[in-house]
Write a protein that binds this ligand. Sequence first.
Ligand SMILES: C[S@@+](CC[C@H](N)C(=O)[O-])C[C@H]1O[C@@H](n2cnc3c(N)ncnc32)[C@H](O)[C@@H]1O
Length: 403
Amino acid sequence: MSSGFQKRFSQLDSLLTDLRPYWQFMPYAEKALPWNDINPALCDWLSAQTPENLESWKTDTSSLCNAISQFVPAATKLHRLCALTSTETERYSLPPYLNTGIPGRKWQQIIAFNDSLPSESDINWLEWCAGKGYLGRVISASRRQPVVSLEWQKQLCDDGQHYADKNALPMTFIHADAFTPEADKLVKQKQHAVALHACGDLHVTLLKKAASNGTRAVSVSPCCFHLIKGNTYQPLSETAKASTLTLNKHDLKLPLQQTVTAGAGVQKKRFVEVSFRLGFDALQRHLTGRDAYLPVPNCQKALLNEGFDTFCGWAAEQKGLKIPAATDFAHWLAIGESRFNDVERMETLRDIFRRPLELWLVLDRACFLEESGYSVSLTEFCHRELTPRNILIQGIFRDEKMR
Ligand SMILES: C[S@@+](CC[C@H](N)C(=O)[O-])C[C@H]1O[C@@H](n2cnc3c(N)ncnc32)[C@H](O)[C@@H]1O
């Protein structure tokens, strides 16, 4: 068995484990930068970053890693371990009508995904968690091979089937739940199973079913790692089961948090909401005498226009707290505003761990497929500007030639 993925997993795993204090925590719950004891120089550097600096790091993780490597030397290696090659693509010519109803970016992702798939004669395709079957549409049209598309939402199945029938595409939609035995029956040996952006347990289920059936080929672009049934991540591969990392849903969201720069309007709204929340958190700690973060649910954005005191009244009601009439709201809001900048600084540091943690999760899947008898490739099927979830895991069953 090739141990390239195992080795890379182990290197990432040991760095992520050693560096846990820098990423495995909740910035909202901290009252100040939490590394003063272990890395005061890093804290000084972060504290010196202005809001403008922090905003500009968001577009340039590579320079951010370089800057942070002065204080956390392993940052450079971590960044290097995330390098992936782009998929070698075969360009299919497609009829122009095929993109009807597909948003521009989604269309480009689908074209790139389809171009990354091998051309095989005599194969059936299974599209897992298909939505309206946009990917299946392109696969069936470009290769003239049959596609079965599994989807849970009836309306999406109906729409997809209607389009396929109208355009004489060899597609069959199956309205079913991916977690049921009915779906099990769809995963077969002489098949290429694909899943574009099927969330958490959904794509994991496909990988497990494909592996246990010896499905000929499987191509998956994973997303939403936190959408799992359990409270913590359950590694798939023997390699990852040996790790001492325990990932909860908050950790699993880290790879998905976008580091996009926002316009001034969006930045302002974020500043208001986050500082209101942090200001309320400071107030509730004072009122309850419990120095612990208290999560407050999402609210209607209009509430934020009504001022900090109204927001606190609403949040207190959600949490069954009473706010004394004499509360000095300006004081607590000022604390919230100052904590906002520290949260931004903590998130800046966490930025450099997003892709490494994603790779850790993806490598777990790659190792699992290898352990199950597949030759595996890991590539980027499109630019990150098209979608940050641009990693493609492809496995070809190694004993295929012997069948
Ligand atoms: C993020 S969308 C991806 C859709 C499509 N593959 C694409 O890239 O456009 C995930 C899809 O999974 C479907 N889904 C969610 N839970 C499911 C389940 N238990 N069984 C089958 N499909 C499910 C959703 O309805 C949704 O269409």
